[in-house]
Design a protein around this ligand. Sequence first.
Ligand code: HEM
Length: 165
Amino acid sequence: MMGVFISGTFLNWLESSAMATFFRQSLWMYPAVEIVHITSFSILVGTAVLFDLRLLGLSRKLPVTDCLRYVNVLARSSFLLILPSGLILFMVDATSMATNSAFLLKMLLLVLALANAWIFHRIILKSANAWNVGVHPPLKAKVAGVLSILLWVSVISCGRLIAYI
Ligand code: HEM
């Protein structure tokens, strides 16, 4: 399936590269990268769910914009670790990861979760002054919150299932 997008030759090159071989053969480096991966996406998904619960109407005394400003820094910084660690985990076993349906579904859900966040930031947030504090956010904001929670939990579930497929 992924072979449609990335050639087998490239995947073979990636998997046999010096960097992939180093991480594959090292006793501690692969688990260390996995620990970085798990810790960093826990920060991302944890802060996303915290904000989504605010969108669902919890802690209405806390201004939405203040809450967002706080979680945004943590969520965006976590990607600085999620992406490199994820790429290392991928390249170590590239040829089989590229055909692993749990991994492929995870990447699709990851794109959908980022698209949902983009739509919220660029469109829904524009009217935030009207529902910033003390009132329930509008339905469109709540839908974005529920979608975010469902998509991030699905990304985690697929990530975990990679080892079983
Ligand atoms: C922000 C989004 C992400 C989340 C929430 C996430 C979540 C997970 C989870 C839960 C696991 C299983 C860890 C374990 O059980 O030990 C995992 C493994 C993995 N992730 Fe991610 N991940 C994310 C992003 C990425 C990205 C962007 C890539 C690659 C480009 C990636 C590549 C991998 C690979 C290859 C594994 C398999 C490791 C293994 O089974 O040995 N992940 N991820």
